[in-house]
Structures are given as C-alpha cells and as structure tokens.
Write a protein that binds this ligand. Sequence first.
Ligand SMILES: C[S@@+](CC[C@H](N)C(=O)[O-])C[C@H]1O[C@@H](n2cnc3c(N)ncnc32)[C@H](O)[C@@H]1O
Length: 498
Amino acid sequence: MASLTKTYSKEKLTGQIFTPAFIVNKILDDIGFVGPDILGKKIIDPACGDGRFLEKIVARIIQFSPKEDLARNLRFVYGWDIDEVAVKEAIARLNRLIKPFDIRVKWKITVTHSLHQANAARDLFSGHKPVEKFDFIVGNPPYIRIQHLDANERKFIQNHFRFCQSGSTDIYIAFYELALNLLKKNGRAGYITPNTFFHTDTAKNLRRHFETRQNLIQITNYGHIQLFDDATTYSAIVIFDREKRDKFLYQQAIDKTTFKKRFVDFTEIKGQKFWQLSINRRKPIKGRRLGDLARIHVGITTLADKIYMMRFIEKDGDYLWLQSKHHGAIKIEREVLKPIIKASIIKSPDEPIREFVLFPYKKVGGRHQIIPEDELKKKYPMAYAYLRQVKPLLDKRDNGRPNPVAWYAFGRTQGLDTTFGEKILFSPMNKEPNFILSRNKEATFYSGYCIKYDGDYEYLLKQLNSERMKEYIQITARDFRGGWKAYNKKIVQEFLIT
Ligand SMILES: C[S@@+](CC[C@H](N)C(=O)[O-])C[C@H]1O[C@@H](n2cnc3c(N)ncnc32)[C@H](O)[C@@H]1O
C-alpha cells in the first residue's frame, strides 16, 4: 500500500539498472552495428550510466579501426547521463580499453539531462536547427514512473513529449520520442525497456506512433524471464528506425538466449486497444466483447481486512462465534455479518465459505447505506463493542484521513451493492484461467473481481476457462515473476465471447 512515509531507493529515483553484456551485444547486433561499416557512424547511448553499452561499442570500433585512425573513429561515440559519478566511471572504463594503444581520446561522454537537449522534444525548440543527429541510438533508458519525479520535471515531460501526455506515464516512454527525434533519416535505434507499453493506457501514443509509421523492425519480448540482477522487470528489446515497412519480426524468448520467431504484419496491431503479440498468427474471431455482454465489478475494500474479516467457528442462536485476528474468539450478531469469499484464492465452486465480514450497512431503497452509530449500538451491541475496541486501528487507515461516511465504515465504498448475488469470481493474478461460479447470493467477496451476467453462466464459464482465454491472456496481459499473469478488468472485458 502506498504511504506518505515511503522512501524510494536511488534506483527508483534515477532508474539505475545496469545491462548485462549479452543484452548489449544483442542490441548492437540487431541494429547492425557490426563489421567495418560501423567506422565513422555516429552512435549515442543517451542514458549511458557507467558505460555498459559504450564499452562494447568502443571494443567493436577498436576491432575494425586502423590504429592510426582509432582516436578519430572514437570521436563518433557519444554518451549522456544525468549522473556525474556514472559518467566519470564510464570515461574511466573506456580509458582502460584504449590503454594498450597509447592514444588520448577526448570522449564525448557528458553529464547531460538528455530530455532537456535541444531537439530532444521536437516542439520544444521549433525553429532551431537540430543540434546533432545520430546513425545509431542504443540504451537501457531509465524507468521512472512520472509520479516519482518532482513537479517541474513532470510538467516538463508532459508538456514537451507527445508520447507522455496521457496519465501517469513513465520516463522511458519519453526516451523513445527522444530517439525518434535524434535519429538520422537512415538511422537505427535499439532499446531495452519494460514491455508494459504493449498494453498500458499511458503508452497509447507510443503504440499509435509505431502502428501508423510502421517503423518497427523487431521486438524481442522476454516476458517473465528476468534479465537484471537487482530489479524485477518484464523487458523487451525494441529495434526501430524511421522507415515504413509492412511487417516486423517478433521474437518470443523461451529462455535468455532462445527465441520463437514470426513476422507480424502491421495490420495485426493497427488500431487495437493494446498489442496482442504472439508467435502464432491468430485467426480473427467473431464474437462480442465480454464487457458488452456482462458487467465486471471489483470486490469490497475495507482497508482493514484483519479487523472486518473473521473465520467462522460456530453458530450460537442469533449469533456467530468467529475468530478475529485482533481479538481471538468473539460473538457477533448474525444479522450484521455476511459470508465473504476471497476471490484471489478460491479454487472450486464447492468450497464451503469459512469467512464472514462485519458489514455495518443496511438496505435503504435497494442500496446499502451505513447503519447510523446509535442504531448500530442499540441493535448490534456485540458488533459495536468490537468496533469500538479496534477504533484506534480503524482511524489509522488512509494515513489517518477521517472516513467521510463513518469511522467504522469500509475504507472504500466500492462493491457495497455490486458484490452480492450470483457471480463469477476471478483473481487479479493467475497462471491459468480460474473463473469460479459462486451461487451463494448472500455472499460478498474481496481481493478480486466478479462478472455479473444475465444469461447462462455455465455457457460463459466454459469460454472464460478455455484454452482460448489462456492464450489471450498470455499474449495480452502484464507479466509477473514465475509465469503469473495479470487478469485485470481492462483486459478481461475485451475478451470475445462467441
Ligand atoms: C537503466 S540505467 C542504464 C544505464 C546503462 N545504459 C546500462 O545499460 O547499464 C538508466 C540511466 O539513466 C540515467 N538517467 C536518468 N534520468 C536521466 C536523464 N533525464 N537524462 C540522462 N540520463 C538519465 C541514470 O542515471 C542511469 O544511469
């Protein structure tokens, strides 16, 4: 849960993650920075850090350059980074490489805020002559969510980078725009970045760019395969230029070095809500969006589940004995309790419901409203006494902001009405489709989503739990470590029901 006191590591604030050599070499190979033709070509890493890319670039130039031209040929190598210490390390690294040649190179590796460069953002210095253009651009740009940047920087990026105008974007998206603006007409770029831009709303403008310009050359998707030692990221290498073509090569990593491949026609991704990249060409399916046939709702959110959710022990007349994590065994009026299912762990429709939620709401005109405090005290004294005891903990929710509904109300109002009745439940994360029908109309749920449908639930379930759904999620949804996939509302509602 986000909190005001959270501190962020240097990696998070500057996006410092260092790229392994096999990835650097793959990117250099994939952009064609190979063979003697690389001599005299301008190449830049605009987020060079301590020089992981620059080192391999220089090594390749050393391999092909005549010794007498080496110092001159190395002047075509550029590196920018905002971090002074990293830039010093990069220069030292390159100096070690040229030591045997007894030359001095005045490196073009500088402490630079790359996004503030003239012509980084086209509209920023319009009318100015572009400063430098490059034959090759490579790198592992910083990944920093825009909300972790200071307000001025955030505004600057949103105002000047077309790709960053929607919502809470990430700085790596701006680095794509930077590369497109710094590339020569026949230049080529290769980045390793998160693969989240395949589907996030905030990367829509970047996707639209590639879809309409058709200037992707190759995408290598590593999915859940982890490439970096100190950070969990789901990565893709993207190779692009400024030329239009019909197809690009899609590579799906099986492990760090083996790939399944297929050419993808740009018509397959054009105008789609998000990219569904797959090594199998998908047959077009005729059907209706789940979101048009059914309603998807999120579960209730108390912001204090350990207080409100309790395990059933036994029935005692009009009361239930329950196990509270805070209080041990307690007795509470049955009328103010609802059976509740944790959607993220349910495995089968036949599992008995063992948990109850203290639900201080009553129906008024068909909708749940908070029970006024006096009424709660009078009608449900046991429940009220328990809530009074845990009040200090409830008051700490939401960083201590008072709850506008009541101090004993749930942390959020979502799901108070929509979570009851027959429904199909699903977890926000799963390895395989796991949609479970819950027939218990009195039961509510938390930690997941439900689908409400007016037609035949069994018919819908078959499609939701099908191989087709599995494949759809595989190629559309966000990755998590260990092969887990995100099943979020935005993606599930686009699934086609036939
Ligand atoms: C993911 S690291 C990659 C470093 C190096 N290219 C590598 O692959 O090992 C990203 C780098 O971007 C730098 N950086 C962050 N914001 C920047 C900015 N606005 N301009 C230039 N560099 C920036 C960080 O200091 C960091 O070294």
